[in-house]
Design a protein around this ligand. Sequence first.
Ligand code: ATP
Ligand code: MG
Length: 292
Amino acid sequence: LSASTRPSAAILITGSELLLGLVADRNTSFLARTLDRLGVDLQRVLLVGDAEHEIVDGLRMLEGHDLIVTSGGLGPTHDDRTVAAVAAASGRSISLDQPLRDKIAAIMDAFARRRGIPSADYTDGIDKQALVPDGAHVIDPIGTAPGLIVPWAPSTVVVLPGPPSELAQMWPIVEAHPAMTVMRGGEQLERSLLRVFNVSESVVARAFDEAGGDDDGTTTTICARRSEVEILVRAPASLRDARLRLTGSMRERLVADIFSEDERPLEELILDAARARGRTSYSAGSSPTRTM
Ligand code: ATP
Ligand code: MG
C-alpha cells in the first residue's frame, strides 16, 4: 500500500465570526488530529463565511476529496445555512424528517421548561433543524443540531455542528457509522521524530537534503518551535526501511544537536532529566517560594 492510496480529506469551516477573528477556530486541530489517527490524508482546509453561496462555493472547491467534513451553520437561526448549501451543491432536495423533528422538539421542550421559556418560541427553529437532504444519513443531535452524512459521489460529506464540544462528541458516532466506508482504506503512517536544539532550520534543511530528502516516498515535516526544531518523518509501513534510512542518515548528520527522539513536551523531558539527577522539587520563578 503506498501513501497515495489513503483516502483524501478536506475540511470546510464555516462562520463569519471566525473570518472576522472574533473566535479562533478550534475544530480544525481536532479534526486534523483525528483524521491523521485514522490514516486519512487531510489535504486542504478552507474557512468561509455564513452565506449560502459562500458555503456552496467552498464545497465546489473541495469537491472530489474522498471525505469532506464541514463545521458549523446547523443552528435554528436564519444565518445557519450549511444544510441548504450541501443540498444545493450535491443536487439533492430537502425535506422534513418527522422522527428527527420529534427528537429535536423533545430536547427543546426540556430546555424551554428548565429556562421557563414558552416552547412555541422555538417551533420555527425546530422545523428548520429537522430538514434533511434526501439520501442523507442523520446523526442524532448532541446539542440540538443533528449531524449528517451526505453522499456526493465520489465524495462523502460529513456535516457537523460548530460548537467544538458538540463536534468532538459527535465524531465517534460518525466514525462508527456504517455509511462511512470512505475511511476504511485509511492507513496510519508510521513516524520517527528527531528534535534538535539551537540549530537553525537551514542546517536541518541541509541535513535533510544531504540525506536524500523524501525521494523514497517518505513525508518529512520540519517545524521550528520555540528554540527547537522538530523533524518528523512519516511513511506507511510498506516504506519502513526508507523511513529508517532517512532518519538514520539525518541522525548521523545532526547527532551533536539532537536532544530527544520522543514526542513528550519539553517540560516533561526536563523534569525527567532533573529527577534522574536526584532533584525532587522545583521553583518556576527566579526566587524560590518558601512555605512555613
Ligand atoms: P448552533 O446550534 O449553536 O448555532 P451551529 O452548528 O450553527 O450551532 P455555529 O452557529 O457556526 O454552529 O457556531 C456556534 C458556536 O460555536 C458559536 O459560538 C461559534 O463561535 C462556535 N464555533 C463555531 N465554529 C467554531 C470553530 N471552528 N471553532 C471554535 N468555535 C466555533
Ligand atoms: Mg449557529
